[in-house]
Design a protein around this ligand. Sequence first.
Ligand code: CP
Length: 301
Amino acid sequence: MPKSLISIHDLAKEEMLHILDLAAQFEQNPASSLLNDKVIATIFFEPSTRTRLSFETAANRLGARVIGFSETGSTSVTKGESLKDTIKMVSHYADLIVIRHPLDGSARYASEVSSVPIVNAGDGTNQHPSQTLLDMYSILKTQQSLDGLQLTMVGDLKYGRTVHSLLQAMALFDTRFIFVAPPELAMPSEYKQFLHHRNLIFKESRDLLPHIPDTDILYMTRVQAERFQDPMEYEKVKNVYALTASMLQPCKPNLKILHPLPRVNEIATDVDDTPQAYYFEQARNGVYTRMAIIAFLLGLK
Ligand code: CP
């Protein structure tokens, strides 16, 4: 079976660090002909702006050609074609497939039926490992280290797949975790167990303000409206946190705010002009990190 990236656990710590190093090299030299005989497929069964476009930019910058779809309405999925058959077909056309799908576990299933590497670009509430690597790259760039940091995760820690992958990756480093969420959106127990088993420290809190002064990375997330079964439950928590510029004092000089984006109202626009705002640069880092992921999985770097 070809090497795929489905969960952050598919990578050893050394492989993660190798990909971050490659990303830094691609940032220095973003034009490459490494993939000029390759075709990359992006097949998105759920909406996306950053992940799809940054993977396509990454593939183009590496010299590959890109095929795919961004919604299923124009595909044979509407005629009832199964995920298995779709993946088998696309793996005959492309050298690597990037997939986003609403079902937890769908990307793993795709990797089991594909003859080419699969990259999970988000499967339901489960994992988003390429986001994790670009988050780590952003942390490393802004903090010069992945060790010794306080990582404060805020918002929808229940449904937010980016925080689940990031927690598992940063658990390999010396990280203090703070989880800020209302009980309805708390970090699921399986992830807290994961930290317990590794003797890692975490705290849970409803309140954000008391944690800002000690935080190095403030990881804000959107409340994921699309994952709620009951719209009334979403209404209760949709505005639970709204970070404004005035809330950032006092803070450490190295504090950076990350957000996988899109944001709704959890970060006010007055934060965008503060030196702590890093979320748009974080999204740009996605191109270099995804160039590194593609090159690594295809065995070219
Ligand atoms: N961060 C992220 O996954 O963004 P998109 O949903 O726009 O791809």
